[in-house]
Write a protein that binds this ligand. Structure first.
Ligand code: MD3
Ligand code: FE
Length: 205
């Protein structure tokens, strides 16, 4: 991993490592996610207003991000099975330390599954207790058209996130508005059935 190269994005605090994960590492990570799915199946959350997300979600780690009519929050159990979330794979914990240098390990890993026309509207991530801690994102499968812009109505930038790309959000970028406009269908064969999986490592508490 020490050979991965960081590219300049021009957005302060947004660090991007294209191709950080080898094809082998991507397959190994995907296998871990598919195993975890047996305990913590992907499900479709609802917004607090009662609209279903087009993205399917599950979580790994002590805490998982959920959304329903009660609002957005982190909780220790899967909303449908009521079981604890499976652990965060060791390779992700190592990646977190290597790329962020943050002294504490992540306690939450949100796993987003995009199939077909799934997308994610522009939003800020602010449900975590310590907003100075970084977020680390790993992309698997089809390339996504990702949009990010500084807060306060400033223009957004469009960046492609391909399978094996890793990005970290720190400093000013941590509170930037961002979302997924669309997938580029058929750009990867990694995810069985097609689509994209994104894992975000976080400090929730
Ligand atoms: C910028 N996920 O889970 S990953 C999310 O591809 C989320 O599934 C998208 O936005 C996805 O909240 C984008 C890149 C990312 C993740 C977290 C961020 C960008 C971010 C947090 C703050 C700012
Ligand atoms: Fe987000």
């Amino acid at each position: 991993m020490s050979t991965v190269r960081e590219i300049q994005t021009g957005l302060e605090g947004f660090r991007l490592w294209p191709g950080a994960l080898s094809a082998q590492a991507q397959a190994a990570l995907l296998a871990e996610v598919l195993m975890a799915e047996a305990v913590a199946p992907f499900y479709r959350p609802e917004t607090p207003g009662g609209r279903p997300f087009s993205v399917q979600m599950t979580n790994l780690g002590g805490l998982g991000w959920v959304s329903d009519r009660g609002g957005y929050r982190y909780q220790e159990t899967h909303p449908a099975t009521e079981k604890p979330w499976p652990p965060i794979p060791r390779m992700l914990l190592e990646l977190w330390t290597e790329l962020t240098g943050w002294p504490e390990p992540p306690d939450a890993c949100l796993v987003n599954l995009y199939r077909d026309q799934a997308k994610m509207g522009l939003h800020q991530d602010r449900d975590e207790a310590d907003l100075t801690a970084p977020v680390l994102s790993v992309s698997l499968g089809d390339t996504a058209v990702f949009r990010i812009g500084a807060a306060g109505g400033r223009p957004t930038r469009s960046i492609r996130l391909a399978s094996g790309d890793v990005c970290a959000l720190t400093g000013p970028a941590r509170l930037a508005r961002h979302g997924i406009d669309r997938l580029i269908a058929g750009s990867s064969t990694l995810v069985p059935g097609g689509g994209r999986i994104n894992l975000t490592l976080r400090r929730a508490r």
